[in-house]
Design a protein around this ligand. Structure first.
Ligand SMILES: Nc1ncnc2c1ncn2[C@@H]1O[C@H](COP(=O)(O)OP(=O)(O)O)[C@@H](O)[C@H]1O
Ligand SMILES: *[C@@H]1O[C@H](CO)[C@@H](O)[C@H](O)[C@H]1NC(C)=O
Ligand SMILES: *[C@@H]1O[C@H](CO)[C@@H](O)[C@H](O)[C@H]1NC(C)=O
Ligand SMILES: *[C@@H]1O[C@H](CO)[C@@H](O)[C@H](O)[C@H]1NC(C)=O
Ligand SMILES: *[C@@H]1O[C@H](CO)[C@@H](O)[C@H](O)[C@H]1NC(C)=O
Ligand SMILES: *[C@@H]1O[C@H](CO)[C@@H](O)[C@H](O)[C@H]1NC(C)=O
Ligand SMILES: *[C@@H]1O[C@H](CO)[C@@H](O)[C@H](O)[C@H]1NC(C)=O
Ligand SMILES: *[C@@H]1O[C@H](CO)[C@@H](O)[C@H](O)[C@H]1NC(C)=O
Length: 686
């Protein structure tokens, strides 16, 4: 070590310069040395002892029953003159013992002064590489040692397995004590200072001071953790005249050994002073002890580390939980076949954000198939209506999504634009353009709190025409026939300009032109279902026309297709209109809320067209194109009499009544009210 070399070689250099002739004895008069680490030093090693790359002297290795020694290379002269007394000297060193296997203890080690560096005859294990079984206790050993023992050997009278002892010629200590140090704390003077126990193993670097006073022949041994100032009261203090022990010249060194358990004995720094205090070892310049198993920790680390790791674990836990929750919250169902629908696919996360987590505040309506939420898409900032539809069967989802996507291609000013979809387990989310003015039924029946503005006739007639246009577009103006299947006032939505738009394609089914329409279970809303749809479950463009007819009557009369009067009788709108027509008072059915403010010709046209469209006999109904022409006045409505409906109804009953009654056994006969033939179809239409 640079520091030690400076101090140890400086006196030699001075001697060489000042008194060259006596330079031969110069090395023997060397009075002090200092090793701050041992890297590059001229220390003499034997056995398993090595200098680690970090500059520590490591006395033993992991092998069993081995010894290791480290010596200051030059002997030290302990007497002023031959046969004189041993002079005062002072030694200080810093060591660390690490245990290889947790609590399994290795043997300790010793600082010693011996006449020779040849300790090849000494035994390892409990002899610490200092003596053997025959020369233990022999005065010819000229051995002085301070043992730092970590195993209790009863044959040597050890007091415990963590003690410090002063040994003369044998391993039986003349004085020993449990390792520790006396606090200098003046406040505890009454106890004469408390002994603070210290574990030799694993307590980090420990500093030892060994002092001998030549005149009083007192030997003091003091321990303290590295960095703690030398305690005033030594751990061991005994009187033993070393003049009878040490040879004139002797070597200073460290010794250690292993038995069946190994330890790691490190010396970090070392200083010696003959007749002077040992040079101070600067703890900050010492090499660090390697980390092996539990490492001594500073108080700060002891507190900060557990807290830091707890915080870390907590943070990781929270992160994991939020990620799992996010994953579950935004989990979607996505399959390979959906790839082609990519652009129409919305991420659930976006929809979740758009609707503020599907909050009740954003709920704008609940239909028969799910709840509808208002939302603002995070990216485009456009307003949307998100409809959550639950479905149970995996079957048909593919077809359904295909439909949804192809419906997304539909674009018409009288059709609510479907923007896309998202699929989750058991749930489908349909995203539509948001319609500011809500659904038509709310306006018709004044359910809008505050703005109970009833629609005037001009607006109503316009909306009827617009819905006719929208339906015509679905039926004819596209490469596929699209059936709406659920035409009704609550599925007619009004945009911000009060334009009527046909909405809610959740139930629509597609089929190609010409192919036979597939038969499915009945979908739609009671009151708008064509009789043949109820009986055969066959949806056609004409079943849509039927529902449109009911819708037209509804808008004109301002009444629901079926309602209960205060007496609990069910009133069927079609019956009622026909009844009035029979009586010649057709004008009475027009919505009273209009207070006569309507065009009589248009209203009459609407009522007759409504009846014609909702004719029980499908063949009697016009197509949407024809209906459009009638509404525009391009083609006059055929001359109709109420009897036409009765006649058709009778024919219908003759031909199909058996089918009807067997298909609908649950419909009670009391429903066959006043208007016999007509009420029959109304019942089925419910
Ligand atoms: N695109 C939309 N824009 C604004 N409101 C809508 C939209 N779609 C549906 N709504 C509202 O949600 C309600 C329920 O819709 P829906 O589920 O289609 O009803 P239903 O199943 O009874 O036909 C409607 O009455 C309407 O007020
Ligand atoms: C320990 O040191 C001895 C030499 O003293 C050597 O023979 C042995 O291989 C070493 N063991 C290990 C594990 O390094
Ligand atoms: C190292 O020590 C040996 C004796 O063990 C001695 O001969 C040699 O001169 C010393 N070298 C230095 C550089 O101190
Ligand atoms: C030292 O003492 C021994 C015996 O105690 C004696 O033989 C020897 O001559 C003495 N040497 C000196 C230099 O006094
Ligand atoms: C013990 O050590 C002494 C001195 O070093 C030696 O003479 C003797 O032979 C050793 N005894 C054994 C049993 O090794
Ligand atoms: C070692 O020597 C000491 C001192 O002579 C003696 O008391 C002790 O019994 C010896 N121990 C052994 C194990 O030889
Ligand atoms: C220190 O160790 C000794 C011996 O093991 C024991 O008697 C004493 O109680 C210990 N003191 C403290 C403060 O732990
Ligand atoms: C040993 O310690 C005592 C205090 O317990 C002190 O009075 C004495 O001077 C010390 N001796 C040496 C050599 O340091």
């Amino acid at each position: 070590m640079a520091g030690s070399m400076k101090l140890s070689t400086l006196p030699i250099l001075l001697l060489l310069i000042t008194c060259l002739p006596s330079s031969a004895t110069g090395s023997q008069d060397q009075e002090s040395f200092l090793y701050t680490g041992f890297a590059g030093s001229n220390i003499t090693l034997d056995g398993a002892a090595t200098i680690t790359p970090a500059g520590l002297v490591k006395l033993t290795n992991e092998s069993f029953r081995i010894k290791g020694h480290a010596f200051h290379p030059a002997p030290v002269r302990f007497r002023e003159a031959p046969n004189g007394t041993v002079r005062s000297f002072s030694v200080s060193f810093v060591f660390g013992i690490l245990s290889s296997f947790g609590d399994i203890r290795g043997h300790g080690f010793a600082f010693f002064i011996a006449p020779t560096t040849d300790l090849s005859a000494a035994f390892p294990i409990q002899f610490l590489g200092l003596v053997n079984a025959t020369n233990n206790g022999s005065a010819t050993n000229h051995l002085f040692a301070v043992e730092l023992d970590t195993i209790q050997n009863t044959e040597f009278g050890d007091i415990d397995n963590n003690h410090v002892g002063i040994d003369i010629n044998s391993l039986n200590s003349v004085e020993s004590n449990t390792a520790g140090f006396y606090n200098d704390d003046s406040s505890s003077r009454e106890d004469d200072g408390m002994l603070t126990n210290m574990s030799l193993i694993g307590s980090g670097p420990i500093q030892v001071w060994v002092e001998y006073h030549g005149e009083s022949t007192r030997i003091n041994v003091t321990l303290a953790p590295l960095g703690v100032a030398k305690p005033a009261r030594p751990l061991l203090s005994t009187v033993y005249d070393l003049s009878g022990v040490l040879t004139d010249q002797a070597y200073l060194g460290f010794s250690s050994s292993t038995g069946l358990s190994t330890g790691h004995h490190y010396v970090l720094g070392w200083s010696f002073g003959m007749g002077t205090p040992a040079p101070v070892i600067d703890p900050t310049k010492l090499p660090k002890l390697p980390y092996l198993g539990p490492r001594p920790q500073s108080k700060l680390l002891e507190i900060v580390l557990p807290i830091a790791s707890a915080v870390f674990v907590l943070a990781v836990g929270i992160l994991a939980i939020t990620m799992v929750r996010r994953h579950i919250r935004y989990k979607e169902v996505r399959e390979d076949w959906e790839v082609e629908y990519g652009p129409h696919r919305f991420s659930y996360k976006d929809l979740f954000r758009a609707t503020k987590g599907f909050k009740d505040k954003n709920l704008i309506g609940a239909g028969g198939f799910g709840r509808v939420y208002k939302g603002v898409l995070p990216k485009s900032k456009s307003q949307v209506a998100v409809k959550r539809v639950s479905y149970d069967s995996k079957q048909g989802v593919k077809e359904f999504v295909a439909e949804v996507v192809s419906i997304g291609h539909l674009q018409h000013r009288n059709v609510v634009q479907l923007l896309g979809y998202c699929r989750r387990k058991g749930e489908l989310l349909l995203v539509y353009d948001y319609m500011e003015n809500g659904s038509l039924d709310n306006h018709l029946y004044g359910q809008l709190q505050g703005k109970a503005t009833y629609l005037g006739w001009r607006q109503r007639f316009r909306i009827i025409k617009e819905i006719a246009l929208g339906l015509l577009y679905l039926h004819e103006d596209w490469d596929k026939v699209v059936l709406h299947r659920d035409v009704k006032a609550s599925n007619v939505l009004l945009d911000k300009n009060m334009n009527g738009r046909l909405g809610d394609f959740g139930l629509a089914r597609l089929y190609d032109h010409g192919t036979d329409p597939q038969t499915t279970h009945v979908v739609g809303t009671i009151g708008y279902l064509a009789p043949e749809l109820v009986h055969r479950g066959k949806a056609t463009t004409l079943t849509d026309v039927f529902a449109f007819g009911i819708f037209v009557l509804e808008v004109t009369c301002g009444q629901r297709p079926i309602k209960e009067d205060p007496q609990g009788n069910q009133l069927v709108l079609v019956d009622w209109v026909l009844q009035n027509w029979h009586k010649g008072s057709l004008a009475d059915v027009v919505d009273a809320k209009l207070q006569g403010g309507y065009d009589a010709g248009e209203a009459c046209l609407a009522l007759k067209l409504g009846l014609l469209c909702s004719h029980p006999f499908p063949q009697a109904r016009p197509s949407m194109r024809q209906a459009m022409q009638y509404l525009d006045g391009d083609v006059p409505l055929p001359e109709l009499l109420p009897e036409h409906f009765s006649f058709h109804m009778l024919a219908l009953m003759k031909n199909e009544s058996k089918v009807y009654s067997s298909a609908m056994p649950s419909y009670p006969s009391p429903m066959m009210t006043s208007f016999g033939s007509i009420s029959d179809f109304s019942i089925h239409g419910r």
